[in-house]
Design a protein. Structure first.
Length: 318
Protein backbone atom coordinates (compact mmCIF):
# COMPACT_ATOMS: atom_id res chain seq x y z
CA UNK A 1 0.00 0.00 0.00
CA UNK A 2 1.35 3.42 -1.01
CA UNK A 3 2.46 5.62 1.83
CA UNK A 4 2.05 8.74 -0.30
CA UNK A 5 -1.09 10.77 -0.90
CA UNK A 6 -2.11 12.33 -4.17
CA UNK A 7 -4.62 15.00 -5.21
CA UNK A 8 -6.22 15.44 -8.66
CA UNK A 9 -5.35 18.70 -10.45
CA UNK A 10 -8.14 19.67 -12.80
CA UNK A 11 -5.95 22.11 -14.68
CA UNK A 12 -3.28 19.62 -15.61
CA UNK A 13 -5.56 16.67 -15.55
CA UNK A 14 -2.98 14.82 -13.48
CA UNK A 15 -2.64 13.45 -9.92
CA UNK A 16 -0.09 15.41 -8.03
CA UNK A 17 1.83 14.09 -5.06
CA UNK A 18 1.17 15.83 -1.72
CA UNK A 19 4.21 16.58 0.34
CA UNK A 20 2.93 17.49 3.86
CA UNK A 21 4.97 19.84 5.96
CA UNK A 22 6.39 19.04 9.36
CA UNK A 23 3.69 21.14 10.96
CA UNK A 24 1.00 19.15 9.19
CA UNK A 25 2.54 15.92 10.38
CA UNK A 26 2.65 17.17 13.98
CA UNK A 27 -0.98 18.24 13.82
CA UNK A 28 -2.00 14.84 12.52
CA UNK A 29 -0.06 13.04 15.23
CA UNK A 30 -1.56 15.30 17.90
CA UNK A 31 -5.04 14.66 16.53
CA UNK A 32 -4.54 10.91 16.79
CA UNK A 33 -3.20 11.18 20.34
CA UNK A 34 -6.05 13.39 21.54
CA UNK A 35 -8.65 11.12 19.96
CA UNK A 36 -7.00 8.10 21.54
CA UNK A 37 -6.88 9.76 24.96
CA UNK A 38 -10.55 10.73 24.74
CA UNK A 39 -11.61 7.20 23.83
CA UNK A 40 -9.35 5.73 26.53
CA UNK A 41 -10.78 8.08 29.15
CA UNK A 42 -14.33 7.17 28.18
CA UNK A 43 -13.54 3.46 28.33
CA UNK A 44 -11.77 3.78 31.69
CA UNK A 45 -14.67 5.83 33.14
CA UNK A 46 -17.21 3.26 32.04
CA UNK A 47 -15.07 0.41 33.34
CA UNK A 48 -14.53 1.93 36.78
CA UNK A 49 -18.12 3.16 37.09
CA UNK A 50 -20.06 0.08 36.03
CA UNK A 51 -17.59 -2.75 36.47
CA UNK A 52 -15.46 -3.87 39.46
CA UNK A 53 -11.87 -4.70 39.13
CA UNK A 54 -10.67 -8.12 40.34
CA UNK A 55 -9.10 -6.44 43.37
CA UNK A 56 -12.35 -4.63 44.19
CA UNK A 57 -14.29 -7.86 43.81
CA UNK A 58 -11.92 -9.58 46.25
CA UNK A 59 -12.16 -6.69 48.74
CA UNK A 60 -15.96 -6.64 48.59
CA UNK A 61 -16.05 -10.38 49.18
CA UNK A 62 -13.76 -9.93 52.18
CA UNK A 63 -15.89 -7.08 53.56
CA UNK A 64 -19.03 -9.20 53.24
CA UNK A 65 -17.41 -12.04 55.17
CA UNK A 66 -16.26 -9.62 57.86
CA UNK A 67 -19.81 -8.22 58.19
CA UNK A 68 -21.18 -11.74 58.62
CA UNK A 69 -18.59 -12.49 61.29
CA UNK A 70 -19.26 -9.13 62.96
CA UNK A 71 -23.00 -9.87 63.15
CA UNK A 72 -22.33 -13.33 64.60
CA UNK A 73 -20.02 -11.84 67.22
CA UNK A 74 -22.72 -9.33 68.23
CA UNK A 75 -25.32 -12.10 68.52
CA UNK A 76 -22.96 -14.14 70.67
CA UNK A 77 -22.21 -11.07 72.75
CA UNK A 78 -25.94 -10.56 73.31
CA UNK A 79 -26.23 -14.19 74.50
CA UNK A 80 -23.29 -13.67 76.86
CA UNK A 81 -24.92 -10.53 78.27
CA UNK A 82 -28.19 -12.43 78.86
CA UNK A 83 -26.38 -15.27 80.66
CA UNK A 84 -24.38 -12.78 82.72
CA UNK A 85 -27.57 -10.95 83.74
CA UNK A 86 -29.05 -14.26 84.90
CA UNK A 87 -25.90 -15.11 86.89
CA UNK A 88 -25.93 -11.68 88.53
CA UNK A 89 -29.60 -12.07 89.43
CA UNK A 90 -28.96 -15.49 90.98
CA UNK A 91 -25.97 -14.11 92.85
CA UNK A 92 -27.91 -11.19 94.36
CA UNK A 93 -31.22 -12.95 95.04
CA UNK A 94 -30.20 -16.53 95.82
CA UNK A 95 -26.55 -17.10 96.71
CA UNK A 96 -25.97 -13.90 98.69
CA UNK A 97 -29.46 -14.12 100.26
CA UNK A 98 -28.68 -17.60 101.59
CA UNK A 99 -25.65 -16.23 103.41
CA UNK A 100 -27.46 -13.05 104.50
CA UNK A 101 -25.12 -10.87 102.45
CA UNK A 102 -26.09 -7.59 100.82
CA UNK A 103 -26.49 -7.68 97.02
CA UNK A 104 -23.87 -5.88 94.95
CA UNK A 105 -24.98 -2.35 94.08
CA UNK A 106 -25.98 -1.82 90.46
CA UNK A 107 -23.68 1.18 90.07
CA UNK A 108 -20.75 -1.12 90.88
CA UNK A 109 -21.88 -3.85 88.50
CA UNK A 110 -22.62 -1.42 85.66
CA UNK A 111 -19.69 0.95 86.10
CA UNK A 112 -17.85 1.78 82.88
CA UNK A 113 -14.26 1.53 81.74
CA UNK A 114 -12.06 4.63 82.05
CA UNK A 115 -9.99 6.25 79.31
CA UNK A 116 -10.96 9.20 77.09
CA UNK A 117 -9.04 8.01 74.01
CA UNK A 118 -9.81 4.35 74.47
CA UNK A 119 -11.86 4.16 71.26
CA UNK A 120 -10.08 6.77 69.14
CA UNK A 121 -8.89 4.21 66.56
CA UNK A 122 -12.36 2.69 66.05
CA UNK A 123 -15.36 3.81 64.03
CA UNK A 124 -19.09 3.20 63.83
CA UNK A 125 -20.40 -0.14 65.06
CA UNK A 126 -16.95 -1.23 66.14
CA UNK A 127 -17.03 1.39 68.91
CA UNK A 128 -20.36 0.13 70.29
CA UNK A 129 -19.21 -3.48 70.15
CA UNK A 130 -15.95 -2.64 71.91
CA UNK A 131 -17.87 -0.76 74.60
CA UNK A 132 -20.15 -3.75 75.13
CA UNK A 133 -17.15 -6.07 75.38
CA UNK A 134 -15.50 -3.75 77.92
CA UNK A 135 -18.73 -3.63 79.94
CA UNK A 136 -19.06 -7.42 79.95
CA UNK A 137 -15.40 -7.77 80.95
CA UNK A 138 -15.91 -5.40 83.89
CA UNK A 139 -19.08 -7.18 85.01
CA UNK A 140 -17.35 -10.56 84.78
CA UNK A 141 -14.55 -9.22 86.99
CA UNK A 142 -17.04 -7.95 89.58
CA UNK A 143 -18.95 -11.25 89.42
CA UNK A 144 -15.74 -13.24 89.87
CA UNK A 145 -14.94 -11.22 93.00
CA UNK A 146 -18.49 -11.78 94.25
CA UNK A 147 -18.16 -15.54 93.80
CA UNK A 148 -14.90 -15.40 95.75
CA UNK A 149 -16.89 -13.86 98.60
CA UNK A 150 -19.64 -16.48 98.24
CA UNK A 151 -17.02 -19.25 98.43
CA UNK A 152 -15.63 -17.72 101.62
CA UNK A 153 -19.15 -17.50 103.04
CA UNK A 154 -19.83 -21.10 102.03
CA UNK A 155 -16.66 -22.20 103.82
CA UNK A 156 -17.93 -20.49 106.96
CA UNK A 157 -21.47 -21.88 106.49
CA UNK A 158 -20.66 -24.80 108.77
CA UNK A 159 -19.88 -22.36 111.57
CA UNK A 160 -23.00 -20.36 110.66
CA UNK A 161 -25.29 -23.40 110.79
CA UNK A 162 -23.82 -24.42 114.14
CA UNK A 163 -24.18 -20.93 115.58
CA UNK A 164 -27.69 -20.01 114.48
CA UNK A 165 -30.42 -20.88 117.04
CA UNK A 166 -32.14 -23.90 115.50
CA UNK A 167 -33.76 -26.06 118.20
CA UNK A 168 -36.27 -25.64 121.02
CA UNK A 169 -34.70 -24.60 124.31
CA UNK A 170 -36.62 -27.27 126.26
CA UNK A 171 -37.91 -30.68 125.25
CA UNK A 172 -41.52 -29.99 124.39
CA UNK A 173 -42.78 -32.67 122.04
CA UNK A 174 -46.54 -32.20 122.45
CA UNK A 175 -46.35 -28.38 121.99
CA UNK A 176 -49.27 -27.89 124.40
CA UNK A 177 -46.98 -26.43 127.05
CA UNK A 178 -46.03 -23.37 125.02
CA UNK A 179 -47.92 -20.71 126.89
CA UNK A 180 -47.34 -17.56 124.88
CA UNK A 181 -45.71 -16.42 121.67
CA UNK A 182 -44.07 -13.29 120.26
CA UNK A 183 -46.32 -10.22 120.07
CA UNK A 184 -48.65 -8.09 122.16
CA UNK A 185 -50.01 -9.97 125.19
CA UNK A 186 -51.73 -9.20 128.50
CA UNK A 187 -49.14 -8.84 131.24
CA UNK A 188 -49.94 -11.34 134.05
CA UNK A 189 -49.26 -8.86 136.86
CA UNK A 190 -50.02 -5.40 135.43
CA UNK A 191 -52.97 -6.65 133.33
CA UNK A 192 -52.06 -4.27 130.53
CA UNK A 193 -51.41 -4.99 126.84
CA UNK A 194 -47.68 -5.18 126.44
CA UNK A 195 -45.21 -6.34 123.81
CA UNK A 196 -43.99 -9.84 124.60
CA UNK A 197 -40.56 -10.07 122.99
CA UNK A 198 -40.03 -13.82 123.29
CA UNK A 199 -41.78 -17.17 123.71
CA UNK A 200 -42.90 -18.81 126.97
CA UNK A 201 -42.56 -22.58 127.40
CA UNK A 202 -44.31 -23.95 130.49
CA UNK A 203 -42.56 -26.87 132.15
CA UNK A 204 -42.02 -28.21 135.67
CA UNK A 205 -39.34 -26.63 137.80
CA UNK A 206 -36.02 -28.33 137.15
CA UNK A 207 -36.70 -29.18 133.49
CA UNK A 208 -33.40 -28.97 131.56
CA UNK A 209 -32.85 -25.93 129.31
CA UNK A 210 -30.71 -26.45 126.21
CA UNK A 211 -28.46 -24.06 124.31
CA UNK A 212 -30.10 -23.61 120.92
CA UNK A 213 -26.81 -22.96 119.08
CA UNK A 214 -23.05 -22.90 119.59
CA UNK A 215 -21.98 -19.81 121.47
CA UNK A 216 -20.46 -18.21 124.54
CA UNK A 217 -22.07 -17.34 127.87
CA UNK A 218 -21.73 -13.53 127.88
CA UNK A 219 -24.30 -12.78 130.61
CA UNK A 220 -25.21 -14.79 133.70
CA UNK A 221 -27.29 -12.88 136.21
CA UNK A 222 -29.34 -13.71 139.28
CA UNK A 223 -32.25 -11.41 140.13
CA UNK A 224 -35.58 -11.36 141.88
CA UNK A 225 -37.05 -8.90 139.40
CA UNK A 226 -37.74 -8.74 135.68
CA UNK A 227 -36.18 -11.70 133.86
CA UNK A 228 -35.11 -13.24 137.19
CA UNK A 229 -32.19 -15.61 136.80
CA UNK A 230 -31.12 -15.28 133.18
CA UNK A 231 -28.44 -16.35 130.75
CA UNK A 232 -27.47 -14.67 127.48
CA UNK A 233 -25.56 -16.67 124.88
CA UNK A 234 -23.71 -14.80 122.16
CA UNK A 235 -23.45 -16.71 118.90
CA UNK A 236 -21.61 -15.81 115.70
CA UNK A 237 -23.06 -13.76 112.84
CA UNK A 238 -24.86 -11.28 115.13
CA UNK A 239 -27.14 -13.75 116.95
CA UNK A 240 -27.88 -13.86 120.68
CA UNK A 241 -30.32 -15.92 122.72
CA UNK A 242 -31.77 -15.11 126.16
CA UNK A 243 -33.08 -17.65 128.70
CA UNK A 244 -35.02 -16.19 131.66
CA UNK A 245 -36.73 -17.15 134.95
CA UNK A 246 -34.34 -20.07 135.49
CA UNK A 247 -34.18 -21.90 138.81
CA UNK A 248 -30.42 -22.50 138.59
CA UNK A 249 -27.51 -22.39 136.17
CA UNK A 250 -25.43 -25.21 134.76
CA UNK A 251 -22.72 -23.03 133.14
CA UNK A 252 -20.43 -20.17 134.09
CA UNK A 253 -19.85 -16.79 132.46
CA UNK A 254 -17.36 -16.95 129.60
CA UNK A 255 -17.94 -20.65 129.00
CA UNK A 256 -18.24 -21.95 125.42
CA UNK A 257 -21.24 -24.16 124.81
CA UNK A 258 -22.50 -26.36 121.98
CA UNK A 259 -26.04 -26.68 120.67
CA UNK A 260 -27.90 -29.13 122.92
CA UNK A 261 -25.78 -28.53 126.04
CA UNK A 262 -27.79 -28.13 129.23
CA UNK A 263 -27.17 -24.57 130.42
CA UNK A 264 -29.71 -24.44 133.28
CA UNK A 265 -33.12 -25.47 134.54
CA UNK A 266 -36.66 -24.12 134.39
CA UNK A 267 -37.84 -22.00 137.31
CA UNK A 268 -40.15 -19.11 138.20
CA UNK A 269 -37.77 -16.37 139.30
CA UNK A 270 -38.23 -12.65 138.72
CA UNK A 271 -41.56 -11.34 137.39
CA UNK A 272 -43.09 -14.77 136.77
CA UNK A 273 -46.42 -16.30 137.75
CA UNK A 274 -45.61 -19.98 137.11
CA UNK A 275 -42.64 -22.21 136.26
CA UNK A 276 -41.69 -21.59 132.65
CA UNK A 277 -38.87 -20.55 130.33
CA UNK A 278 -38.98 -17.16 128.66
CA UNK A 279 -36.86 -17.46 125.49
CA UNK A 280 -35.71 -14.67 123.17
CA UNK A 281 -33.71 -14.49 119.93
CA UNK A 282 -31.82 -11.33 118.94
CA UNK A 283 -30.22 -10.52 115.59
CA UNK A 284 -27.84 -7.57 115.57
CA UNK A 285 -29.26 -6.59 118.99
CA UNK A 286 -32.82 -6.50 117.65
CA UNK A 287 -35.37 -8.88 119.18
CA UNK A 288 -37.03 -11.09 116.57
CA UNK A 289 -39.67 -13.81 116.64
CA UNK A 290 -38.13 -17.11 117.87
CA UNK A 291 -40.84 -19.06 116.02
CA UNK A 292 -38.63 -18.98 112.92
CA UNK A 293 -35.73 -20.81 114.61
CA UNK A 294 -37.03 -24.29 115.41
CA UNK A 295 -36.45 -25.88 112.01
CA UNK A 296 -34.09 -28.59 113.36
CA UNK A 297 -36.73 -29.98 115.71
CA UNK A 298 -40.14 -29.75 114.06
CA UNK A 299 -41.87 -31.28 111.08
CA UNK A 300 -43.90 -28.92 108.85
CA UNK A 301 -47.10 -30.07 110.59
CA UNK A 302 -45.65 -29.47 114.06
CA UNK A 303 -44.31 -26.10 112.99
CA UNK A 304 -47.76 -25.04 111.73
CA UNK A 305 -49.25 -26.17 115.04
CA UNK A 306 -46.68 -24.13 117.01
CA UNK A 307 -47.45 -21.02 114.94
CA UNK A 308 -51.15 -21.52 115.68
CA UNK A 309 -50.56 -21.82 119.41
CA UNK A 310 -48.12 -18.91 119.60
CA UNK A 311 -50.54 -16.63 117.76
CA UNK A 312 -53.20 -16.89 120.48
CA UNK A 313 -53.78 -13.55 122.20
CA UNK A 314 -53.50 -15.10 125.65
CA UNK A 315 -51.83 -13.90 128.81
CA UNK A 316 -48.08 -14.31 129.08
CA UNK A 317 -46.41 -15.78 132.13
CA UNK A 318 -44.02 -12.82 132.58
Amino acid sequence: MSKHKYVYNANTLNYEKINPSMKDNLKRIASFLITGLVFASVIIFIAYTFFDSPKEIALKREIKQLQIQFNLINKQLTNVEDVLDDIQNRDDNIYRTIFEAEPIAKNIRKSGIGGINRYRDLEGLAIETRKRLDQVSKQLYVQSKSFDEVIDMANSKKEYLASIPAIQPISNQNLTRMASGFGYRIHPIYKTRKMHTGMDFTAPTGTPIYATGDGKVTQLKKSKRGYGNKIVLTHSFGYQTLYAHMSKFNVRKGQLVKRGDVIGFVGSTGTSTAPHLHYEVLKDKKKINPINFFFNDLSPEEFDRMIEISANQNQSFD
